[in-house]
Design a binder for this molecule. Structure first.
Ligand code: FES
Ligand SMILES: [Fe+2]
Length: 364
């Protein structure tokens, strides 16, 4: 394979874009009355819901004696009560009740409150100091208005590595033919693969397509009986938007036919750095143009849920974590020997580094 010219960094940088929306959790995982802790870009946050259902995100530390607010409880009128000595906070972060003395509120009794939005079945939080850009929430609307039997479990795993290594993994579909040989990929896909990369200063789009190949085993569960499963055109179209959000479309159609005659799924891969070495990896899939007998769809959904989770947990996760350990072990900047498939990962890294540099005033 050809070597790609690049000016990218030699190793993943461990800084974060702060002025961006990060996925905190799937909305269904924040029950009314619950307080859920989640660490995002190194900041411990406490999430709960107002009585009208809208989410709240507060810094998870009471300013009195610094107990985590996640040890407290949600009270009527949208208040969060610290579990240690009972000070109460409003969604704005202001202390609104002190049960001691004359009840005066100390000026320092205020918690940082974060912009938070529930959209596309996900709770998004903006950790930066800048004004939240509501247009920057990624368009994941394909998850809406679909039948439940076509949506896999809204799932997540945790990977002990920099989020950058996980983005690299997801913008490089070639690894499906090696790491996931026999499930998501096969050798024939490599032999005919075409890889194109397009980008602007706000997104990178990778298209990886193969012609006249056998359908990958894991994906063939979506094919109806009449489909020519040994002769399909197979593609994966991947879109990254800052800072860590990926929506892909993968599909198969009979060789030589239009893509729209085929079937496949949208893959949601939403990454949130907990810190420099831990990444929350939210994922699900939504089938497009289902061609199978509707009576089979719930079973197909459950198979996709189980098998994709298994692939991420037992194949991607372990190799990315092992890769991170080798990088950290080096104790010096390693320069990757880049090949053609690295164009997408190099492109996104440049955009991300520029965004970080613009925030910090450093050189990208
Ligand atoms: S630590 Fe929260 S009220 Fe005392
Ligand atoms: Fe993978």
């Amino acid at each position: 394979m050809q070597i790609v010219e690049t000016g990218s960094t030699a190793v993943p940088r461990e800084r974060f874009v702060m002025n961006a929306w990060y996925a905190a959790m799937w909305g269904e995982n924040l029950a009314p009355g619950a307080i859920v802790p989640q660490t995002i870009v190194g900041e411990p946050l406490a999430f709960y819901r107002r009585e009208d259902g809208s989410p709240v995100a507060l810094y998870d530390r009471c300013p009195h004696r610094f107990a985590p607010l996640t040890h407290g409880k949600v009270l009527p009128n949208d208040r969060l009560q610290c579990g240690y000595h009972g000070l109460e906070y409003a969604p704005s972060g202001a202390c609104v009740h002190n049960p001691f003395g004359n009840g005066a509120i100390p000026p320092a009794a205020i918690v940082r409150s974060y912009p938070v939005v529930e959209k596309h079945r996900m709770i998004w939080v903006w950790p930066g100091e800048g004004p939240p850009d509501h247009d920057a929430i990624p368009d994941f609307s394909v998850i809406e208005a679909v039948l439940p039997q076509h949506v896999a479990k809204l799932d997540f795993i945790r990977i002990a590595a920099s989020y950058r290594l996980v983005v690299d993994n997801l913008l490089d579909p070639s690894h499906t033919s090696y790491l996931h040989a026999g499930s998501l990929g096969n050798a024939e896909m490599i032999a005919t693969a075409k890889n194109t990369v397009e980008h602007t200063d706000r997104e990178v789009v990778v298209d990886w397509s193969s012609t006249d190949v056998p359908a990958p085993n894991l994906l063939s569960v979506m094919l109806p009986a009449h489909f020519p499963r040994d002769h399909v055109d197979k593609w994966t179209h991947i879109r990254w938007t800052p800072a860590t959000n990926i929506l892909l479309e993968t599909g198969m159609c009979p060789t030589g036919s239009e893509r729209t005659s085929g079937t496949g799924y949208y893959g949601f891969h939403i990454l949130t750095p907990e810190n420099e070495r831990s990444t929350l990896y939210f994922f699900t899939s939504v089938r497009w143009n289902p061609l199978t007998d509707p009576a089979l769809d719930a079973g197909i959904r459950d198979t996709l849920t189980t098998s994709r989770r298994d692939v991420f947990l037992t194949q991607d996760g372990p190799i990315i974590e092992a890769q991170q350990r080798r990088i950290d072990q080096a104790g010096e900047a390693l320069r990757p020997a880049l090949v053609a498939i690295d164009v997408g990962p190099v492109r996104y890294a440049k955009i991300l580094d520029t965004m970080i540099a613009n925030e910090t005033g450093a050189n990208a």
